[in-house]
Design a protein around this ligand. Structure first.
Ligand SMILES: Nc1ccn([C@@H]2O[C@H](COP(=O)(O)OP(=O)(O)OP(=O)(O)O)[C@@H](O)[C@H]2O)c(=O)n1
Ligand SMILES: C[C@](O)(CO)[C@H](O)COP(=O)(O)O
Length: 258
């Protein structure tokens, strides 16, 4: 075979995943310690509706999402299933509920284990990011369909970031060891999108605790790409985030006229 025929233009096109089915795993099993005392974070109200329901609806708003797997607090799967039964979802979206684990990573893996075989694109979305717009979800799915094994939505940073000495004395001022160039940094959100086989392999390979799924794919030596995130996809972590989320929701309801 000549070099030309071995590298014909068709062969050089990135592998695309045109006839695909997309599922979302929503880890919702966290306690929400940083938000303060109360029910598990995903079940706390935002605009009178549990945060988890907002997150599920945000995923189901994309017509490409046909299954949502909710990973519930370990002893709360029945309660979460009743909640989902009681709140309307679009008719094109099914859901499953499974109990979660001790860490976010373990909860995501338990969600992946429950995925039926016909789904080849998997998104992982924090229940704690209830207000991500549908356009962001679609942008992530599109990039995976076009061939990227792992896709993260992200935003440039507004603050300068300092790296501190890991050996700093607790309670004492922390010595700065570096200032990474801000223009090259991104604050990463969810949903993160994956070719299913890649994500399953990452969760089966990486054993150390990490803070997002895409970093596990990076550890496999595979490429991860960034697409534009959205300001409203912020994570509800601390009490002030909940104040902001209520304000964003109120603004949306005003704009939608209800
Ligand atoms: N054992 C865990 C821990 C976290 N999560 C989920 O992972 C997402 C991101 O985690 P985070 O915002 O840290 O939530 P919590 O762990 O609940 O927060 P905290 O660390 O303040 O307790 C959340 O949707 C959370 O429910 C999970 O499914 N299982
Ligand atoms: C996955 C994530 O939302 C990306 O920013 C984030 O790392 C989750 O961190 P958390 O401490 O578990 O909330």
């Amino acid at each position: 075979m000549s070099d030309e025929s071995r590298h014909s233009p068709a062969q050089m096109l990135p592998h695309t995943r045109a006839n695909t089915r997309t599922a979302v795993v929503i880890p919702a099993a966290g306690r929400g310690v940083r938000l303060g005392p109360g029910a598990p974070k995903a079940l706390r109200a935002l605009g009178g509706t549990p945060m988890l329901i907002h997150a599920v609806r945000a995923m189901a708003a994309s017509r490409r999402v046909s299954l949502v797997v909710v990973v519930a607090p370990p002893d709360g799967a029945a309660e979460v299933k009743s909640l989902l039964d009681a709140h309307a979802l679009p008719e094109w979206t099914d859901f499953l509920v499974v109990p979660g684990g001790e860490s976010r990573q373990e909860s995501v893996r338990l969600g992946l284990d429950a995925l039926p075989p016909e789904y080849d694109i998997v998104l992982v979305h924090d229940a704690a990011r209830p207000l991500v717009p549908a356009d962001t979800v679609d942008t992530v799915i599109e990039a995976v369909r076009e061939g990227a094994p792992a896709v993260v939505p992200a935003l440039p940073l507004a603050d300068t970031v300092k790296q501190v000495d890991p050996a700093a004395v607790p309670g004492e001022p922390e010595p700065v060891v570096a200032t990474p160039e801000r223009a090259r940094l991104r604050a990463v959100q969810t949903p993160q999108g994956f070719d299913r086989e890649t994500l399953v392999r990452a969760h089966g390979t990486v054993t150390e605790n990490v803070t997002d799924d895409a970093s596990m794919v990076e550890q496999l030596g595979l490429s991860v790409v960034v697409v534009p995130g959205h300001e409203e996809a912020f994570k509800v972590t601390r009490p002030l985030d909940l104040v902001l989320a209520e304000a964003v929701l109120a603004r949306r309801r005003l704009n939608d006229g209800f």
